[in-house]
Design a protein around this ligand. Structure first.
Ligand code: PGA
Length: 245
């Protein structure tokens, strides 16, 4: 199974997010083979996008979560609130948060823990320092028996540029990440997905997705262009059909 995640970042209002979600659904209409599909709107749009996606193949994710489940944390959105609004996934530790918002390993670690203690699947984003980040972010983390984890390898120089990493380099990094995560948390196989992000577009998506080591893609800019995103989803489906995965 391949995974395609849309990260809309801080771009769309409620109406635009709803339109974008409808566009994603139109793009998959009638398709029998589909990757796991997750869209991550801004907090403000989650409730309305949920209404569009409910009982469809497309899952809802948030772009961030507070480091506590509930409580006196002014300005944060907690894991319980994300569950309440229908999120199944949450992005944690995106490079824009680690750099611009100064989130450190300890903070990311708390967020991964809180997501896993809730029913959310973390999409843990790591950059070119991926192995050192994983060592801090996942130290002592216990993944519940049925819990899942997605690790997104996103070198910061590849994010928001047209400068995607070379698939061969990504494959090497994913191998290293997979074994590091397995050693630290014991999770492997279907419960662990390692996806690539950073300037993925309709032209290069297939080159990443056809690699068995690359379980999927996390798409920023190109996920805002509906036909481009549809082409990426189609590339994932093509690979799944060709490789029977
Ligand atoms: P990009 O963003 O696809 O625009 O490079 C990816 C991300 O930041 O998750």
């Amino acid at each position: 199974m391949k995974t395609v995640i849309a990260n809309w970042k801080m771009n769309l209002g409620i109406r635009e997010s709803v339109a974008q979600a409808r566009g994603v659904l139109r793009g998959i209409q009638g398709k029998e083979v589909l990757p796991r599909l997750v869209v991550c709107p801004s907090f403000t749009a989650l409730a309305e996008v949920r209404k569009v996606l409910v009982r469809t193949h497309v899952e809802l994710g948030a772009q961030n979560v507070g480091p506590q489940r509930v409580g006196a944390f002014t300005g944060e959105v907690g894991a319980a609130q994300l569950e309440d609004v229908g999120c199944k996934y949450v992005m944690i530790g995106h490079s824009e948060r680690r750099t611009t918002m100064h989130e450190d390993g300890a903070m990311v670690h708390e967020k991964v823990k809180i997501a896993l203690e809730s029913s959310l699947t973390p999409i843990l984003c790591v950059g070119e320092d991926a192995l050192a980040q994983i060592a801090r972010d996942l130290k002592g983390i216990e993944v519940p028996r049925k819990g899942q984890l997605i690790v997104a390898y996103e070198p910061s120089w590849a994010i928001g540029t047209t400068n995607a990493a070379a698939p061969a380099d990504v494959v090497e990094m994913h191998k290293a990440l997979r074994s590091a995560v397995e050693q630290m948390t014991g999770i492997s196989g279907d419960r662990l997905s390692v996806v690539y992000g950073g300037s993925v577009d309709a032209k290069n998506a297939y080159n990443f997705l056809r690699e068995p080591e690359i379980d999927g893609v996390l798409v920023g800019g190109a996920s805002l262009k509906i036909h481009e995103f549809e082409a990426i989803v189609n590339a994932a489906a093509d690979v799944m059909i060709a490789q029977s995965v």
